[in-house]
Ligand binder design. Sequence first.
Ligand SMILES: *Cc1c(COP(=O)(O)O)cnc(C)c1O
Length: 855
Amino acid sequence: MMSPRLFHQEQSMIDQSTLNTSPQPTITIEDDRTGMSVATLKRAFLDNLFYLQGIDRSQATLYDYYVALAYTIRDRLLHRFIKTVATYKQEKVKVVCYLSAEFLMGRHLGNNLINLGLYDKIDQVMKEFDLDLNEIIEQEPDPGLGNGGLGRLAACFLDSLASLEVPAIGYGIRYEFGIFHQRIQDGWQVEVPDNWLRFGNPWEIPRADESVEVKLGGHTEIIHNEKNQPKVVWIPERTILAIPYDTPVPGYQTNTVNPLRLWKAEASEEFNFEAFNSGLYDRAVAEKMDAETISKVLYPNDNTPAGRELRLAQQYFFVSASLQDLIRIHLRTHPNLDTFYELTAIQLNDTHPAVAIAELMRLFVDRYDYDWDKAWDITQKTFAYTNHTLMPEALERWSVDLFAKLLPRHLEIIYEINHRFLTGLQTWFPNDEALVESLSLIEENHGKKIRMANLACVGSHAINGVAALHTELLKKDTLRDFAKLWPQKFFNKTNGVTPRRWILLSNPELSALVTEKIGDGWLKNLDEMRQIEKFVDDPEFCRRWREIKQNNKRNLAAYLLKYRNVQIDVNSLFDVQVKRIHEYKRQHLAALEIIHLYNRIKQNPHAEIVPRTFIFGGKAAPGYFMAKLIIKLINAVGEVVNNDPDVRGRLKVVFVSNFNVSLGQRIYPAADLSEQISTAGKEASGTGNMKFAMNGALTIGTLDGANIEIREEAGPENFFLFGLTAEQVYAMKENGYHPHTYYDNNFDLKAVIDRIAHGYFSPGNPNLFHPIVESLLHHDPYMLLADYQAYVGCQDEVSKAYADQDRWTKMSILNSARMGKFSSDRTIREYCKEIWDVPPVKISLDEYHPEYADL
Ligand SMILES: *Cc1c(COP(=O)(O)O)cnc(C)c1O
C-alpha cells in the first residue's frame, strides 16, 4: 500500500517547473488545472486516481485508471461545454433539437481524445506510467442505448453537428439497461441484461435543478375560464420526475461541445405522501419503483414496433420532458413563444418521438393559452420527420384504447388535428374516400389505431427518407398520398457516418498513411480522400495499403483468439456480415452460399476454392423466432464446416457474439468483403455498408438503400452487384411468386436446401430448421430463392477478383477514396441548409474563465 507521502513523492517526479506552485496573476488555459501540457495532464490523472477513485498506483486496477483518465478528459471538455451553452444563450441562436429514442454512442474515451486532439499526448502519458492506452480504453462499458443503425445514426449526427459548429442538443432516454448482452450457448442466442451504469458513468453530469414533471393517465374535464369560455383540462393520475443527465459531445478540432441530454425517470417528491404518512411505507416505495421503470430498459426491437404500454410511456416521457425544457430555455430570453420555431428546429428520428406534435400543441393551447391555429402554425414550422422504413408492418400504430388510458388529452388533440386535416381535404378532394382513408391519422379496421407516421407527416414541414431509393419509394408507395398532397415537403437526406470514429479511431494505420500522402484535411472534408486515387498505380502505396489491411485482419484474429477462443486464417478472404439479424437482411442467404461451397468440396475435395472466413455478428430481437433460428443455423453450419477434414481449413464460419459499436470498430477495418444483401426495396439506407467501404472492403450487394449510391460513387467496376431490383421484386410479387419452382429447377439450390431439410446440420433433430425451409419453399417473402443463383455466381466473381491481389487492392483503394459523400458531415450540412435553416456558430475560448474571476 502506497502512503499519501509516497503519492506525493511520485508526483514530485513530474517536472516541477510546470506545476502551479506559487500564486499566479492571471490564469490561462495552459497552466490551470485543466491545461493540455503533458505535465498538467499527468498531474491531473494522478490527482483523479487518488481523489476521485480513492486509490493509489500500488492498488489501482485498469478500471481505476480508466475512470481517472475519463475524468481528466471530461475536465478538459467542461470549459468548452459551459462556454458553448452560454454562447447559445447569449446570442439567441437557432438550435437543432434531435429527438431520438436511441443514441448508440459507443465508447466515449477514445473518441473524445481524438476530437480534443489529445490522443497522441495521452498515449505518451500512459506509456510514461507503464500503461497501455488501448487496454484502458477497453475498460469503458460500451453504452448500448440503441438497437442498430437508427441509434448509431443519431450518434454520428451528434459528432458531425459539433464538428460543424452547429448549435444542437440531442434528447433521449437514459436507459438503466441498454441493449442486452448477447451470449451464444449451443449455437443459440441467450440474452443477458446490460447493467452498464453499475460502476458509475464519468461522462454524464446530472442536472437535478433542471428536472421537470411529466404526467400520465387520468381523464379530461371541461371547465369555464374567467371569460366563461369552455376550456379542457387534463386531470392526470400520475406524476413522474424527469431528471436530465448531460453528456458533453465535442466536435473534432472545434471548441463546440454540445449536450446530449438523456432523461431519467424518478418518483416525484410530493409523491404519495398520503400512503407514506399512513404507514403504507411499502406501497410508497413500490410506487416509487414503478415510476423508475419508465427509463429502466431499452426495448430490443429493431424495425418492429413493440405496442406495449411501457414503450408509449417511455416515448411520451422523454418527449414531454424535452419540450418543456426547450420552452423553458426559450422563455429565458424571450417574452413569449411566438418565435419558438425561429430558434428551435426539432427533428424526429423516426416516429418514436412523434407524440411530440400532440404534446407541443397541448403545451401551447392548454398551458400557454394559444389559439389552435397559431399553435398549429408554430408546431408545423418547428418539426421535421425522418422516416426509416418502407415496410408497412414496421410503421408504429398505437391502439386508441391504450392512448386513451395513458394520454387522454393527447388523444383528443390528435382527433382534433385529424378532424381539421380531413375537413380541409374534403374541400379539395370531395368524394375521394380512398384518399381520406389513407391519410387519416386513425386506422379504423380491426381495432382503432393511431398511425404515428401520419401524425408525423401532418405535423411537420419536412419529411425525409434516408437514401435516394428509399425517398423515391416513400413517395411512390409508403407515403404516396402525402407526397401527392405536399410534394414540396419531401426531401432526401442520404445517411452518412462520421469519419472520425469510423476511420481515424478504428483504422489508425490507414489514417496515418492517408495523412502522410494528402495531409489531414480529409478528416474534416472527406471528399479530399479522392486525392489518394492518384496512388493506385504506385506499387509501394499498394503494398502498404495491403499490409495495413493485413495488420487489421491480424489484430481482429488476435482479438478473437484471446477473447473468443477461435482461430482464423488471416490469409483467407474475410467475408463479413455484421448487422441486426432480420429476415429482410438475409443472413440466411449467406448461409446458403456457405452450404453451396461446402457441397462443392464434398463433391470434389480437390475443387479450387479461394479460402474464406465467413464472419457473422448481430443480435436478434428476443421475441423474433425466425431471426433466432437463423443464428442457430449459422452456428450449426459452422459446426459442420469447421470440423470436416475434407474442408482442410479452406472455409471457416465464425459467429462473433454481442456485435456492438466497439466490436464494429475492430471488424469493419478488417473486412475484405462487405455483405449488403437485403431484398431490394427493404433496407432504407444502411450505414454499415458505408463504414466497410471507407475502410477498403469491397461490397457484394443488391440495388438497395445506399448501396446504389455507394456503387455510383465507387464505380460499377468496383462493386459486386447481383439480384433483383426493387421494381422487379414488386413485379414478381404482383404476378405471383413461386419459390418452389427455383428449388425444382436448380439442382445446386435443391442440394443446398436439402442439406438443411434433411437434418445434416441438426443431427438428432432433423426438423429443427423446418420453419426456415418451409418459409423459403412456400412463401419466401424476402425472395432468397429468386436471388440465389445470381448471388452464388457473383460470389464466384468475388473469388476470382480476390485471387488477383493487385486488382483487388486497386479496387479497395478506389472504394475508400470515393466515399466522401458518405461522411455524416455532408448529411448534416444538407439538413442544416434545406430543412433546419440553422447556421454554424463559432465558440471562442479566448476570454478569462469565469470560475477563476475572483481569485
Ligand atoms: C453501423 C452499425 C449498425 C448498422 O448496420 P447496417 O449494416 O447498416 O444495418 C448496426 N449496429 C452497429 C453496432 C453499428 O455500428
